[in-house]
Design a protein around this ligand. Structure first.
Ligand SMILES: NC(=O)c1ccc[n+]([C@@H]2O[C@H](COP(=O)([O-])OP(=O)(O)OC[C@H]3O[C@@H](n4cnc5c(N)ncnc54)[C@H](O)[C@@H]3O)[C@@H](O)[C@H]2O)c1
Ligand SMILES: O=C(O)C(=O)C[C@@H](O)[C@H](O)[C@H](O)COP(=O)(O)O
Ligand SMILES: [Zn+2]
Length: 366
C-alpha cells in the first residue's frame, strides 16, 4: 500500500523536523539537508547495520559525495547501552576527525539512539545528531524529545543529557523486518500516550488492535504520526522535564526498576517493562483512590490484547524493586514521585507516595 509521508515539526529553541514514511532511508537529499559539516558517523547495532547501513551510506554518498563517512557498530540489546560502549562511540568520532559541525547518525532502535545521542551531546560539548529510528518504539518515542543516556548497574538512564536531535527520519519500511515482539514493545509506548493524554487515541488503538499487531502499514503510520505529535507538543513546552513532560514517564518508575533488577540482560525489554509498569501504576492509583478498579482492569486487559505482559516476573523481589525506585530520577529528598493515573487520557505527577502502598502493589502483582 502507498502510504504518504507525514511531517511533524517540533518548535522550541532548536527546532527540528520529524519525517515519517516508507523509503526515506534512500532519500539522500532529505538526509543531506540535515548534515552541516564534512564528517558523519553512522552508529548502529549488529542487527540493524547489515540490513540498512549500506542503503543509508549509499544515499548519503549520492547526495553529498565529499562527505567523510565512518560506521560504528555495537552489539545489539539493552545490555550494550553502557558507558563502555559510549566510550567506543567517542573514540570513533576522534578517529574520524569529527569537527564541531560533524554529525552522528543514529541508525537503530532506542538503545542506539540514546547512546549515540549521548555521544553527540558530549563530543566537543555537543554536535548534531540525526535520529534514524528503526524500531516502532524509537519512531514513536526515543528518537523525539532529546533525552539521551546510558544505563549503569545502579539504574536505567542514570548518565545522560538533554540533546535534541537535528532531525528525525523514520523510514517506516524498516518495520517490515522488526521482530513481532519488538513491534508489541513499541505499541506499549503508543498505548502510553493514549492512557495519559488522549482517550480518543486509546479507543482508536483498541479498535485497531488486530491490524496494528498484523503490521498494517497505514495504521502504523497513523499511530506513529499521532504519537510523535503528542511527544512533540509536550517536549516543546517542557523540554527539560520541569513539569508536564514527567507524564511521559507513566509506568517507568516500576518499569525501570524491573529492567535494572534484571541486569538489562534477560527477561522483559523496555516496552514490556513499561507495560507492566503502567498496570502497576494504575493499581497504585486505584489503591490511592485516584483511578477506579474498572478503569485499571480495562487498561490491563487492553495491554494483554496487545500481547504485552502485565505481571512482574516471579524471579524479582518486591523489596529490591522498591529499593531501585529510590534512585529513580523523579525521586526527591522527600520521597518517591510517581505518575499516577486518573482515567483514560488523564494522569498526574504525585509526590511523596507512601512506600508501603507501593510495596503492597508490588507484592500483589507477582
Ligand atoms: N530517549 C527517550 O526518550 C527514550 C524513550 C523510550 C525508550 N528509550 C530507550 O530505548 C531503548 C529501547 O529501544 P528499543 O525498544 O528500540 O530497543 P533496541 O534498540 O534494543 O531494539 C530492539 C531490538 O530490535 C533490533 N532491531 C532494531 N530495528 C530493527 C529492524 N528494523 N529490523 C530488525 N531488527 C531490528 C535491535 O537490534 C534489537 O535487537 C531503551 O534503552 C529505553 O530506555 C528512550
Ligand atoms: O521522553 C520522556 O520524557 C520519557 O519519559 C519517555 C520514556 O518513554 C523514555 O523511556 C525515557 O527515556 C525515560 O526517561 P527517564 O528520564 O526516566 O530516563
Ligand atoms: Zn520509555
Amino acid at each position: 500500500m502507498n502510504v504518504p509521508p507525514r511531517i511533524v515539526d517540533v518548535g522550541a529553541t532548536a527546532p527540528y523536523r520529524i519525517s515519517i514514511g516508507p523509503g526515506l532511508l534512500d532519500d539522500g537529499d532529505l538526509l543531506a539537508t540535515t548534515l552541516r559539516g564534512r564528517h558523519a558517523l553512522i552508529v548502529s547495532d549488529a542487527n540493524v547495520a547489515p540490513l540498512y547501513a549500506d542503503r543509508l551510506e549509499a544515499a548519503l554518498r549520492r547526495a553529498k559525495p565529499n562527505l567523510h563517512i565512518a560506521r560504528h557498530v555495537v552489539a545489539a540489546g539493552e545490555a550494550e547501552k553502557t558507558l563502555a560502549n559510549f566510550g567506543t562511540v567517542i573514540e570513533a568520532l576522534a578517529a574520524l576527525g569529527a569537527t564541531r559541525d560533524a554529525s552522528v547518525i543514529a541508525l537503530g532502535g532506542g538503545v542506539v539512539g540514546d547512546m549515540a545521542g549521548f555521544a553527540a551531546a558530549c563530543w566537543m560539548r555537543g554536535i548534531d545528531c540525526v535520529q534514524v529510528p528503526s524500531t516502532l518504539l524509537a519512531m514513536v518515542d526515543s528518537s523525539v524529545g532529546g533525552k539521551t543516556a546510558v544505563d549503569i548497574p545502579q539504574g536505567k538512564n542514570l548518565v545522560g543529557a538533554f540533546h535534541p536531535p537535528r532531525a528525525v527520519i523514520a523510514d517506516t519500511g524498516m518495520l517490515h523486518t522488526l521482530p513481532p515482539r519488538e513491534l508489541r514493545a513499541g505499541l506499549a509506548e503508543v498505548i502510553k500516550y493514549g492512557a495519559i493524554i488522549d482517550a480518543s487515541f486509546l479507543a482508536w488503538l483498541e479498535a485497531h488492535c488486530d491490524g496494528l499487531l498484523a503490521g498494517d502499514d497505514a495504521l502504523l503510520a497513523d499511530a506513529i504520526a499521532r504519537s510523535c505529535q503528542h511527544k512533540a507538543a509536550i517536549t516543546e513546552r517542557d523540554p527539560f522535564e520541569h513539569g508536564e513532560r514527567a507524564l511521559l514517564n507513566f509506568g517507568h518508575t516500576f518499569g525501570h526498576a524491573i529492567e535494572a533488577e534484571q541486569g538489562y540482560a534477560e527477561g522483559l525489554n523496555h516496552g514490556e517493562a513499561v507495560a507492566v509498569g503502567m498496570v502497576l501504576a494504575a493499581r497504585l492509583s486505584q489503591a490511592l483512590d485516584m483511578a477506579t478498579r474498572a478503569d485499571a482492569d480495562h487498561l490491563q486487559m487492553l495491554l494483554q490484547r496487545f500481547g504485552l505482559p502485565t505481571a512482574i516476573p516471579a524471579s524479582l523481589d518486591a523489596d529490591a524493586l522498591l529499593a531501585r525506585m529510590r534512585l529513580d530520577k523523579k525521586t526527591q529528598a522527600s520521597g518517591l514521585r510517581f505518575i499516577l493515573w486518573d482515567r483514560a487520557g488523564a494522569a498526574s505527577v504525585v509526590a511523596d507516595v507512601d512506600e508501603a502502598a507501593v510495596l503492597g502493589v508490588l507484592r500483589r502483582a507477582q
